[in-house]
Design a protein around this ligand. Structure first.
Ligand code: FAD
Length: 438
């Protein structure tokens, strides 16, 4: 395998600076024109900063010319062609990651620190922990970057006056963590935790178990769903959760819709407006002032191809194989109307990824976020399950040695910078905990 993809793979192993402006053309992905099948692959490749050419095949002749394949109507799209010429039909992101050699197993039987989640908080913890000599492993169930990896431009993160894409920022952090010796296990998930003998034992989704002296939970939040019928059916077939970074270039000549009134929705609108004919922002409230940063409101109002519709919600989705229409409900009048819609981006916040904690002594708030530090105390007293004489450290959960950082934490500031800061800070507490207990 040669070219940029090879460079990227080498970078993955050696920690060289990331390629942020990669040359397209090494990996090719062939899709059918007009179909949104394969959007999950576009999303994965974009988030992992792999250069690829997306080729829309319009008919059987073009398919034969470019791929030498007949049966255009019956082929399983998308077709991924790797730089060495191997073709895979309708793969999942997991298959591509495995083919690129990015799916590995933990190398050690026990670690000083295991980190769950490869968003900004987890990556930051991995960089600091590994650089400070802790035997560190990070488990990420999909792609590094988490929510930040889905945004085209983070403009308020210190040190990047022109902004930086979330995927690039994450890729840099990943390389930095690897350079310092952290192990990163991708496409793997922690599903169940047990605390025993001053160790955390975590069942991974593949059936194996990971043991560590301490752990940091940085599992962030998952996009909130609309909660209406047919969402699963149209997922990736016109309905997308998040900012649509990978989809935006394929929205040319289209009218697209964004649901949500917060900053992530605002960023999505601005990014999509660079590509689509028109972007309509669907907002439940009657103004953006309370939910959106001033700078984004100014930009949205100045864009001629953006319309904001207030006091509405999406009530129904309709289509055949792909999304074709939706029903909007006016929240003031209760009246509904149908609109043609082929791409709908849902950016309405999220719910914490803490299912794994439900059978443990780790305390969660009513919404499921992990409670840490002072917030665990009731009239100055730690909860009954707390086993130590000292009080929990800031960022420590109700189980000693188990920390929570970033968006998954109760009352956290939902920002890249605060997630990164908490990741770094938690490592200091890990050192203290290990010094006192091991
Ligand atoms: C579209 C969008 C735009 C944004 N723009 C900005 C911005 O401009 N500036 C800013 O400051 N903030 C921005 N934010 C917010 C910022 O991205 C988040 O605050 C930040 O990503 C939180 O980081 P985190 O590491 O705590 O969690 P996340 O980013 O949510 O990462 C959590 C990670 O954990 C993984 N995971 C979950 N469960 C498991 C498990 N059981 N095992 C293994 N892995 C697991 C997930 O796959 C994910 O990768 C934006 C958010 C969105 C959605």
């Amino acid at each position: 395998m040669t070219g940029e993809l090879e460079t990227k793979r080498a970078a993955r192993n050696m920690g060289t600076p990331p390629k942020t402006a990669t040359k397209a053309g090494e990996m090719k992905v062939f899709g059918r024109a007009g179909s949104t099948v394969g959007s999950d692959i576009r999303d994965y490749l974009s988030r992992t900063v792999v250069a690829f050419d997306w080729v829309d095949l319009v008919d059987a002749d073009q398919c034969r010319d470019m791929l030498g394949l007949g049966g255009f109507e019956t082929l399983d799209f998308p077709i991924v062609e790797f730089p060495d010429g191997e073709r895979v039909f309708a793969p999942k992101p997991q298959d591509i990651a495995a083919r690129l050699g990015w799916v590995t197993a933990p190398r050690h039987e026990e670690y000083d620190l295991s980190i769950y989640g490869g968003g900004p908080a987890g990556l930051s913890a991995a960089v600091y922990a590994a650089s400070e000599g802790l035997r560190t492993i990070l488990i990420e169930r999909f792609a590094v970057g988490g929510q930040a990896g889905t945004t085209s431009a983070i403009e308020n993160y210190m040190g990047f006056p022109e902004g930086i894409s979330g995927a690039d920022l994450a890729e840099r952090a990943r390389q930095q963590a690897v350079k310092f010796g952290a192990e990163l296990v991708m496409m793997e998930e922690g599903v169940k935790a047990r605390f025993e003998n001053d160790r955390i034992h975590v069942d991974l989704a593949n059936g194996s178990q990971l043991v560590a002296k301490s752990n940091i939970c940085a599992t962030g939040v998952e996009y909130r769903r609309l909660g209406i019928a047919d969402e699963e059916r149209f997922l990736g077939m016109g309905l997308f959760y998040g900012a649509g970074v990978a989809e935006a270039p394929y929205c040319k000549n289209e009218d697209v819709f964004v649901v949500g009134g917060g900053n992530s929705a605002g960023q999505a609108v601005m990014h999509l407006a660079d590509h689509a004919d028109k972007v309509t922002m669907l907002v439940r409230g009657s103004s953006l002032a309370e939910t959106l940063s001033e700078y984004l409101i100014t930009r949205i109002e100045a864009r001629p191809n953006v319309e904001v519709i207030y006091n509405v919600e999406v009530a129904a989705l309709d289509g055949d194989k792909i999304l074709r229409r939706m029903t909007l409900k006016d929240l003031k009048t209760e009246k509904t109307r149908d609109l043609d819609a082929s791409r709908l981006f849902v950016c309405i916040g999220g719910v914490p990824n803490t299912e794994w904690a439900k059978d443990t002594l780790i305390k969660r708030d009513r919404a499921g976020y992990l409670i840490t530090g002072q917030d665990l105390l009731d009239k100055g007293r730690a909860p009954d399950c707390w086993t130590l004489d000292r009080q929990p450290y800031y960022l420590e959960t109700s189980v000693p040695g188990s920390f929570a950082v970033g968006d998954v934490r109760h009352d956290s500031i939902k920002r890249v910078a605060s997630a990164v800061g908490e990741g770094a800070m938690a490592v200091s507490f890990v050192h203290r905990y290990l010094a006192e207990s091991h």
